[in-house]
Design a protein around this ligand. Structure first.
Ligand code: SF4
Length: 325
């Protein structure tokens, strides 16, 4: 679990959508909430939450009968669990449609699990005989959100208790935010190159292939239509960082970064850093240990290029997301 510490937090907050029940709103079918301490405490200093309950927005009262998805898994119908003749899909869609249209300024979305409306995955879809299909689905609101914004980082609150999934989600939220603010807000080829340059080593940690292909692609793209290039770039980039990086890939990147200190840091000190990287490789220390050590030397002796690498601090270190072994 990530933890808070007393380091200063940034002056900006990133807009992130969230299922309203996770923030303690009593909007669940039973009149209760599903308050998340992780969201309300750990992330609240960094995120400007935009909360939404699609069931309440659709006009369903609280409390209300529970709902479930039924029928064809490719096109399920929302019904009250206690009334198989009810047909709630159209009313539900009307409730969220406008909201989904206006999520373009968000950099992430945190969703409540097991909900036929908000669930991200493994949502049961029931057959006429009352048994669930083997195929599981996604909540209807979440499905519409992800179809409209396929590059938006989304995650279920429950999965954020997995340190690797949590770290990866937060990193993607910050990468999305940086792209929106540093590239899309002032779209130029130069700004795209600058963004790519700052994310090179983070990209390398997640996908050697994307690291190489995007580098080659940008090298010859100066005169291409920018709009198409930005879409192509962001699609490949966000896809490449979708899953947590492996320990071996982190070691590879750490050693690459260490190479930048060859001319400025004596061999003995570089060997000490290499030893710490090996300790991380063996699982004896967490990722923060070699990164902090390298960061210290890079800040002192590194070039502007290597100092600008977001791999060294992809989000505020105070979040403590790399502190697990
Ligand atoms: S899971 Fe979604 S629909 Fe259900 S109460 Fe929470 S916000 Fe509302």
């Amino acid at each position: 679990m990530p933890h808070r510490n007393t380091q200063p937090v940034p002056s900006y907050k990133i807009p992130v959508g969230i299922s309203a029940c996770l923030l303690g709103d009593n909007v669940r079918f039973n009149g209760g909430h599903s308050q998340s301490q992780l969201c309300m405490k750990t992330f609240a200093n960094y995120f400007d939450y935009v909360k939404f309950c699609p069931e309440v927005a659709a006009g369903f009262p609280t409390p209300r009968p529970s709902m479930r998805l039924t029928g064809n898994p490719d096109d399920p119908v929302l019904r009250f669990t206690n009334d198989p003749t009810s047909e709630l899909t159209e009313q539900f869609i009307q409730g969220y449609q406008n909201k989904v249209e206006n999520c373009g300024e968000l950099d992430g979305y945190i969703l409540m699990k097991n909900s036929p409306s908000c669930g991200l995955e493994r949502i049961k879809i029931y057959q006429e005989n009352g048994h669930p299909h083997q195929t599981r689905g996604r909540g209807l609101f979440t499905k519409a959100l992800m179809e409209k914004y396929p590059l938006l980082p989304v995650e279920e609150e429950g999965r954020l208790n997995d340190v690797h999934l949590c770290e990866n989600f937060i990193m993607r939220v910050f990468a999305h935010y940086h792209f929106r603010n540093e590239v899309l807000a002032q779209p130029t080829y130069a700004n795209l190159l600058k963004y790519h340059s700052s994310y090179k080593y983070l990209l390398m940690a997640h996908s050697q292939q994307a690291y190489k292909s995007l580098g080659k692609r940008l090298a010859t793209a100066a005169n291409e239509p920018l709009d198409e290039l930005l879409v192509e770039y962001q699609t490949t980039f966000m896809k490449a960082i979708e899953h947590p990086a492996k320990r071996g890939s982190h070691c590879n990147v750490l050693l690459h970064i260490l190479g930048y200190l060859k001319k400025t840091v004596p061999g003995e000190e570089r060997q000490d850093i290499a030893d710490v990287i090996e300790q991380y490789q063996r699982g004896e220390v967490n990722l923060t240990t070699p990164v902090t050590l390298l960061h210290h030397y890079i800040k002192r002796d590194g070039s502007d290029y290597i100092r600008a690498q977001r791999y060294l601090e992809p989000y505020p270190a105070a979040l403590g997301l790399r502190n697990h072994v």
